[in-house]
Structures are given as structure tokens and as C-alpha cells.
Design a protein. Structure first.
Lengths: 190, 594
């Protein structure tokens, strides 16, 4: 099972990746991830590769079973990793890069959505709004993990993900993150 | 219990299991999390962990502890090894007592570095054993082995992961029993003082040891031959893991030589490999280390061989070897036709570029902007000499206030050279607070001593931000959870005889501009210390708000804050990003930002 997580530095993609890998491990798989840490943290593009039962921590192009994007255009940017017709769970919240305001590039939301829809089994959700509703935009990462899980297509047990959340989040935030996870599941089941 | 750990965490846990007692280092991507993880798993404080002021200091502290018989580890990135190379080269001749691991993370790409230097080559130059892990699991095992090897041969051992091992994660044993031993303490002996006759004797011994270690590297499991077939592929580091997956995916019958302990070369194993293979493909990132070894062994043993590698241009000589590159290289070598891949994106889809930027509310933005405005008033050509840190991002539009960037501390001294060559320019040097302590102080002393008139802008954001917020001497917080007296940057600069020294909040724009102007107008070397904490350290203020924007775009064009975006020709503020720093309010001439 290969899951590619994409987003913008600072959005909390690494925690989501850690939770999914930890859950895979709890299910008895040889889990591994490949992260982007460093310069791109500063508002640049970030991706996390989450894999079970492979040697290399990086997903080949066209092989990811699921693309989980924390930001709209970053979802499109990483479509080449997704297998044809694979599942794309896309947060519709936009983070417009500075290059757009400076006139050096454009952010064409409709074209981006169309490209994602044409290539994948796309699920667009406003995860930021949903996270704000349950109390904190910061919980958007566990909410998106909930959405990824809620489709019922991941080869990971729900209980393992919940246990992984408890293992990787400070105890005082367990309750918030469990609610965020459930809210994510509910969003894709509507 | 196993936990998902980064490769860097795996190295830390391997060192803890091996009984490491002193860990020193200087932050640098992709190595930083190694030392941090040791500190995290050091609840009983039985391991002495420190962020040293730079890599040279780190290596020397560890050497002293190792002389006493403690197991030690020093952590750094590849360019940090350049700084530590002076003590390391001599330490090889002195030797060590307690096992010593020098953890040097290389960065193919490069992703977060100035160079693509290959530490395996450094190890060869220095006659030091080097281990090159292919995964977090192997990094854990190699680190444990490295301590044992180091103690047996009396030499430091380099463990050299690359970014894709450092920042990959896998399940790792997190509470293995720790190797126990008793401290012998420092035993006085002439062998601890380096003198030419001793150096000669040691050199003879070091050369002799190479053969012994090479023989051991023929047998350890980190080096091995897998599979069969007359096509041979040799690979090291993470490229081995990728090659393994590709070979399995394509169902190829090949002989795969895995080189995990790269120097001294496992010549016996390499000879066996050359004899098995009719044609050889060498896959390795950075330099052609394994490839050179194969040529060398073949020459020594009079074996003929045909290598597809970096030397004949078959394998790229720079950059990362990603899965798809390795796949097409292996397919090309083995004569396998790969199916044509379909384009995943419509060719006319334009995606916005998203380069890394200074964060919204970053005080460096205000500092750069103030210096730029002040410099304009001089009517002279200003040259902005930058340095290593988040503030290297000052080179981007619209600030464009980083004209040069060389190495840690280099901005201060490069600016002096520009001042000598072109006295009519206005040379500015920028340096961060952590970099100031690492290697900025000597450069300022040089400027004062040699009367090289420059203006140094110290960007004091109370942390080592780029690598993830490590403390430093100006903060006083230590990795042992104690608080030392903070070293005042201002007091240090004054002690260096700089006459113009002023501290200033860069977010007070007019005052900041005036301070910089008075600095460069003063006689001699001048220093402005811009003090404002990194946004990651403080709670944000209320977000700014734009009311009735007139659409002049001044805020966007002048300061380029990522929290400001344009909608229908008007500037708007993304209030999840805005920290309320207020710089845009001071820039908006129409006074529409509140």
C-alpha cells in the first residue's frame, strides 16, 4: 500500500505520515516513510511518502494507491505519483504562493480541479473549515487522515489508526484529534 | 518496543544502545534530529548531550571524552565536516580510546546544502572507515557496529547517511538494553600529544590497519552479493534499496553487490563480483567511489571489466538518483523495454511555483527591508553579503538583499574583500545569532583589526531557526535541560572594539532604517543587532486587516509577505498565516491596513 501526502511546509503533513506509518506497523506491516524536512519547510512544497512492505521509502511515479493532499494545487502537482484512477483526497483550502501575488505565476483553481478529477477518483473536501468547526484548524492533519480512512479503501485497521494517533499526539490533544478523525470520516461518507 | 523513527532517530537509538555517553554536534540539515533524539531519550541524563558552538568544537569535546574511555558521537552535516576537518585529521594520528562515531549526513540533490561533497571520499582521504546505511534499520545496526569497530581499531568511524535515509522512517527498537562499561579515566601518556616523530609512526600503523579493516569489510553483512546472473549491479546507500525494488519489479536475473561499508574497500568481495559479472552497472549518488574501487581492484588483479557508471556518462554525475531514474538506468543496462508512461497532467496545466520563502511575520523580512531602504539613501552601490540560515531566503524577490552566500560566517569576511576591491561600495554583511557564535566573531575581529570598513547586520531571532529551533550560547538553554548565563552578542561585539553597536527592533521600520543609516555613516566597522524573535517561538498577535484596499500593490511589491494575496485586484490577508507583525501597515501609503 502506497500513500502520498502532499502539502505546504507548516501544515502538519509529517504527523499525518507518522500516524499512517505507525498504524501500518501496528497491523504487522513493514512500514516506512520518506519525508521532506529542511529548507522547503518555509512555505515550500512538501511531500511524505508512506509505504508498507517496500525496501525504498520513496513511491515510484504512477504507483501510489492514494494521494492525500493538504492543499489544492499541491494535489495536482503530485498527481504523477498516483496510479491511474487512484483515490485522491484533496483539501480544497488554498494557500496562494507569493509568486502569484508577484505576477510570476497563476493559480487556476478550475483547471486544477478538472485535472485532478480527470485523472483520479477525486474527493474534494474543505478540511480547514471542518477542522475550525470542531475547534482547531491545527487538527486538519488528523481530520484528513480520518477522511483517507473513511473511504474504506485503506488496507489499515481503523483501530490501529486511532491507536497510532494516541501514540503520536500529546495526551491533552487526544480528544481533539479523535474528534477530528471522526469528522474527517464523516466528511467523505456524506 | 518498536516505534516509527526517522533514520536520524534510528542512529540516535543505535548509539544509545551502544552505550554512548557524550554526544556533541552542530545543527545542520539533514543531520539535526540525531542529537535531538538522543536528548529526547535521555530522561535520566546519563548521556551528556550538547549543541556545541560549531563542528570543530563538537569534535574536540568528543575527542577529549573519548581519550578518557567514554563512547562518544559527534553529529554534523557534510559541510560541517569541513569545519571539523582540522581536529579530525589530527585525531586519526592520535587515535581514540572510547569508541567514537562521527556522524556526517550527506545531501544528494543538494536539497538543503551548499555542496554535493561526498563524505565517503573524505573518509578515503583521511584513512577512516566509513559506513553508508541503505535504510533506517541498517543505520541502527551500523551505528552499533561502528562503536565496536572504532574501539577495536582505535580510530573514529564515520557513519554517513544521506538525506533519504536520515529523513526516511521505519519501525525501530526504542528501548534496547544499553551496553554497560566502566570509565577508566584519562591515563597520562605521551601518545596524546601530536609531534612529528609520533605522527610518522602512527602513519605507518594507520596504513597497515587499512588492510585489516578491508578484510573485515569483505565479511560483514553490510557488504554482500545477492542474486546471480552475468549482469552485475553495484550500489550503495539508499540507491541499493531502490535498485533492489527495481530488480524485483522488473524480475531481472542480476548479481547485485551491496556496498554498505564503503571504505576501506572490500576488495575481496569486489573481486568476486567482478569475476561473476560480464558487464557492470554502478549506481551511487554523489561521487564515483564504488566505481573507482572496482576499477582499482580490477587493475590490481588484472581483471577485465566493462563498467556503466559516472565515468562514461551513463549515470548522472550530480543530483539525486530517484526511483524512476534508477529504473530507467537499470532497464537500459539490462536491455529491458519499459512501457511508455502516460502523462499524468495536461500539458497546458500551469501550476503556481512555490519556492520556500521567509515566513509571514518573519522579522528578517523587516530587517532586510530596512537595510534596503537605508542603503538607498546613500546613493552608493550596496552589496549584500548573506550567510547560512533562513535569511539566505532574503535573496528572493522582492527583497533581493542577498547578493552573496558562501559558507557559515563567510558573509562578514566576503564583505571585507569587496570593501578592499571596491572602496566606493556600501558593503553589508548579514549573520544570524547562531552563526555569529559558530563562526561570525572571528570575522568581525578581522574587520576591526585590519580596518575593513563594513556594516554587519546581526539578525538575532533568539534561535537557530532553519534547522528547527535549536538553542545556542545567546539563549543559554542547554540540551541537558539546564540554563546557562546568556552570552550577550552586544557585549561580545563591543569587546571586539566595534565602536558603533546598536540594538533595534526591525519591526519598527523608521527607527530601523535610521539606525542602519547612522551605522554605515559612522567611522570604522559598525554593527546593528536586529532583535525580534522567530515567529515559531512566540504567540502571534491579532492578524492584520485590509479595509478598502486601493489596489496599488505596494505591500506585495515591497515586502513580499506570503500572508498577502491578491483577489480581484485588491490585496487581502490570509489570517491563518498573518502573525500581526505590522510591517505591511508601515509600508501601506494609503493607510488601509489595520
Amino acid at each position: 500500500m502506497d500513500i502520498l501526502i502532499s502539502g505546504v511546509g507548516g501544515q502538519g503533513t509529517i504527523l499525518a505520515s507518522k500516524i499512517l506509518a505507525c498504524a501500518m506497523m501496528l497491523d504487522g506491516h513493514n512500514a516506512r516513510t520518506g519525508e521532506t524536512i529542511g529548507m522547503s519547510q518555509r512555505g515550500g512544497c512538501v511531500v511524505s511518502h508512506v509505504r508498507s512492505d517496500a525496501n525504498s521509502p520513496y513511491i515510484p511515479l504512477g504507483k501510489a494507491d492514494m494521494l492525500l493532499s493538504f492543499e489544492l494545487c499541491e494535489g495536482a502537482r503530485n498527481l504523477p505519483f498516483l496510479k491511474k484512477g487512484g483515490v485522491a483526497v484533496i483539501n480544497t483550502a488554498k494557500i496562494t504562493p507569493l509568486t502569484v501575488a508577484l505576477g510570476a505565476s497563476t493559480y487556476d483553481e478550475d483547471a486544477i480541479r478538472a485535472a485532478i478529477t480527470a485523472r483520479s477518483d477525486a474527493h474534494f473536501i474543505d478540511a480547514n473549515a471542518a477542522a475550525a468547526e470542531i475547534g482547531s484548524v491545527k487538527a486538519v492533519n488528523t481530520l484528513l487522515v480520518g477522511a483517507a480512512c473513511g473511504l474504506g479503501l485503506l488496507d489499515i485497521r481503523r483501530e490501529s489508526i486511532l491507536e497510532a494517533i494516541r501514540m503520536n499526539v500529546a495526551p491533552k490533544f487526544h480528544e481533539l484529534n479523535e474528534r477530528a478523525f471522526a469528522a474527517g470520516e464523516a466528511l467523505v461518507r456524506k | 518496543m518498536k516505534q516509527i523513527q526517522l533514520g536520524n532517530g534510528a542512529i540516535a537509538l543505535g548509539a544509545i544502545a551502544a552505550g554512548v555517553k557524550v554526544v556533541t554536534g552542530y545543527p545542520g540539515t539533514p543531520s539535526t534530529e540525531v542529537l535531538q533524539t538522543v536528548a529526547k531519550y535521555n530522561k535520566d541524563k546519563s548521556i551528556n548531550v550538547e549543541w556545541s558552538t560549531n563542528e570543530k568544537a563538537a569534535l574536540e569535546v568528543a575527542a577529549g571524552a573519548s581519550y578518557c574511555g567514554l563512547r562518544t558521537m559527534v553529529t554534523m552535516k557534510q559541510v560541517g565536516l569541513n569545519v571539523a576537518s582540522d581536529p579530525l585529521m589530527s585525531l586519526i594520528y592520535i587515535g581514540i580510546k572510547g569508541g567514537m562515531v562521527v556522524l556526517v549526513a550527506d545531501d544528494p540533490g543538494p536539497i538543503s546544502s551548499q555542496t554535493e561533497q561526498d563524505t565517503r571520499h573524505f573518509a578515503e582521504y583521511a584513512n577512516l572507515p566509513v559506513l553508508d546505511p541503505s535504510s533506517p534499520e541498517e543505520a541502527y545496526e551500523m551505528t552499533k557496529y561502528a562503536f565496536d569497530l572504532s574501539e577495536r581499531v582505535g580510530l573514529p568511524v564515520i557513519v554517513r547517511p544521506t538525506t533519504k535515509v536520515c529523513h526516511a522512517s521505519a519501525p525501530i527498537e526504542s528501548d534496547a538494553p544499553r551496553y554497560e562499561y566502566t570509565l577508566e579515566g584519562f591515563v597520562k601518556d605521551p601518545k596524546w600529544c601530536i609531534f612529528p616523530p609520533l605522527a610518522y609512526r602512527r602513519h605507518v600503523e594507520i596504513e597497515r590497519q587499512q588492510t585489516e579493516i578491508s578484510a573485515e569489510f569483505d565479511k560483514i553483512s553490510f557488504n554482500r552479493i545477492e542474486g546471480s546472473g552475468t549482469l552485475g549491479i553495484a550500489a550503495g546507500g539508499v540507491t541499493y534499496a531502490i535498485a533492489r525494488d527495481v530488480i524485483d519489479e522488473l524480475g531481472l536475473d542480476v548479481t547485485l553487490l551491496k556496498v554498505g561499508a564503503a571504505f576501506p574497500a572490500p576488495e575481496g568481495l569486489e573481486t568476486e563480483f567482478i569475476k561473476k559479472a560480464n558487464a557492470i552497472l554502478v549506481l551511487e549518488e554523489l561521487d564515483a567511489v564504488i566505481e573507482n574501487q572496482l576499477f582499482h581492484v580490477a587493475g590490481k588483479k588484472h581483471l577485465s571489466l566493462m563498467i556503466q557508471g559516472k565515468h562514461n556518462g551513463f549515470v548522472p554525475s550530480a543530483g539525486e538518483l530517484k526511483y524512476d531514474t534508477v529504473r530507467s538506468l537499470i532497464a537500459g543496462f539490462a536491455g529491458v523495454q519499459l512501457p511508455k508512461s502516460e502523462a499524468a497532467l495536461p500539458s497546458d496545466l500551469k501550476l503556481p511555483a512555490r519556492p520556500p520563502v521567509l515566513c509571514a511575520g518573519c522579522p528578517h523580512r523587516a530587517s532586510f527591508y530596512a537595510v534596503k531602504l537605508a542603503a538607498k539613501k546613500s546613493g552608493k552601490k550596496a552589496v549584500y553579503c548573506g550567510d547560512i540560515g533562513c535569511y539566505t531566503l532574503g535573496n528572493a524577490k522582492p527583497l533581493e538583499t542577498t547578493d552573496t552566500c558562501l559558507c557559515m560566517g563567510g558573509g562578514i569576511t566576503v564583505a571585507q574583500g569587496i570593501a578592499k576591491a571596491e572602496p566606493d561600495t556600501l558593503p553589508f554583511a548579514f549573520v544570524g545569532d547562531s552563526t555569529f557564535f559558530a563562526s561570525g566573531m572571528t570575522g568581525i575581529a578581522n574587520a576591526v583589526y585590519n580596518n575593513n570598513k563594513i556594516t554587519v547586520i546581526i539578525l538575532d531571532n533568539s534561535t537557530t531557526a532553519m534547522t528547527g529551533h535549536q538553542p545556542h550560547p545567546g539563549i543559554g538553554k542547554t540540551m541537558m535541560d539546564t540554563q546557562s548565563e546568556k552570552i550577550s552578542i552586544e557585549a561580545v561585539v563591543r569587546a571586539l572594539n566595534v565602536k558603533f553597536v546598536e540594538r533595534c527592533n526591525p519591526l519598527e521600520l523608521d527607527k530601523a532604517v535610521d539606525t542602519v543609516k547612522r551605522a554605515y555613516e559612522s567611522d570604522g566597522v559598525s554593527v546593528v543587532i536586529f532583535e525580534s524573535p522567530c515567529i515559531a517561538l512566540v504567540k502571534p498577535d491579532k492578524a492584520c486587516e485590509i479595509v478598502d484596499c486601493i489596489g496599488c500593490m505596494r505591500c506585495v511589491k515591497e515586502i513580499g509577505c506570503p500572508a498577502i494575496y491578491i483577489e480581484d485586484g485588491k490585496a487581502k490577508i490570509n489570517d491563518t498565516l498573518c502573525t500581526g507583525c505590522g510591517l505591511c501597515k508601515q509600508v501601506c501609503k494609503a493607510k488601509r491596513i489595520h
